[in-house]
Ligand binder design. Structure first.
Ligand SMILES: CC(C)(COP(=O)(O)OP(=O)(O)OC[C@H]1O[C@@H](n2cnc3c(N)ncnc32)[C@H](O)[C@@H]1OP(=O)(O)O)[C@@H](O)C(=O)NCCC(=O)NCCS
Length: 169
């Protein structure tokens, strides 16, 4: 059974801002990829939990590539929104922007899709509220999310089989 009240993407859309300190950076002064991932995961989790009104755990992160670095002294802006809901899972799109706070120049650092599963206090998956789509762009993104989900679940089975097989040899 689906969780009762349907919700729009704008209701849960989340923006998170971070300032890059030397402790976040490598020897070149660029933020570590793992640090960016951690911020993405937090921003997306806040968005997922706002939509679901339950704890939502990260089930997976689709392939991602770091397009541009972000340096010490720059600002990181995370923009996260729900693109589609399924039975107990949802897809959240995230774009990470770098910003030079002096010049206000802004660029895309990374984009990714994360899957979250709504869970109860015992960690068991529970139904999520449906998504109410208001714009043509949102409808397009939802359609694409269904295609990504089919690929993702196929890969999940494939990877499980592959790793199980390699462990035996
Ligand atoms: C994610 C988790 C709850 C799924 O539990 P499960 O017993 O495998 O549950 P199911 O197979 O019934 O799948 C439940 C939902 O998760 C989705 N799911 C499971 N693995 C997934 C993956 N790798 N990517 C995307 N969705 C996934 C399923 O498609 C299903 O969605 P649906 O109900 O909308 O169709 C469980 O694997 C888990 O707790 N993993 C650890 C999560 C975690 O610790 N994250 C990091 C810290 S937050």
């Amino acid at each position: 059974m689906q969780n009762s009240s349907a919700r729009t993407p704008s209701r849960s859309r989340t923006t998170m801002t971070e300032y890059v300190l030397p402790t976040h950076a490598n020897a070149l002064g660029n933020v570590f990829g793992g640090q960016i991932l951690a911020w993405m995961d937090i921003g997306a989790a806040i968005c997922a939990q706002r939509h679901c009104s339950t704890i939502a755990v990260t089930a997976g992160i689709d392939n991602l590539a770091f397009e541009q670095p972000i340096q010490v002294g720059h600002v990181v802006r995370i923009d996260a929104w729900v693109t589609a809901t399924f039975r107990t899972s949802i897809e959240v799109a995230v774009i990470v922007y770098g910003e030079n706070p002096i010049s206000t120049e802004e660029w895309v650092c990374v984009r990714a899709f994360l899957s979250f599963v709504a869970v109860d206090d015992a960690g068991h998956p529970v139904a999520v509220p449906a998504l109410v789509l208001e714009t043509e762009e949102e409808r397009q993104q939802e359609q694409e999310a269904h295609e990504r989900r089919a690929y993702r679940l196929h890969q999940r089975q494939h990877n499980r089989h592959r790793l199980t097989s390699s462990q035996r040899s």
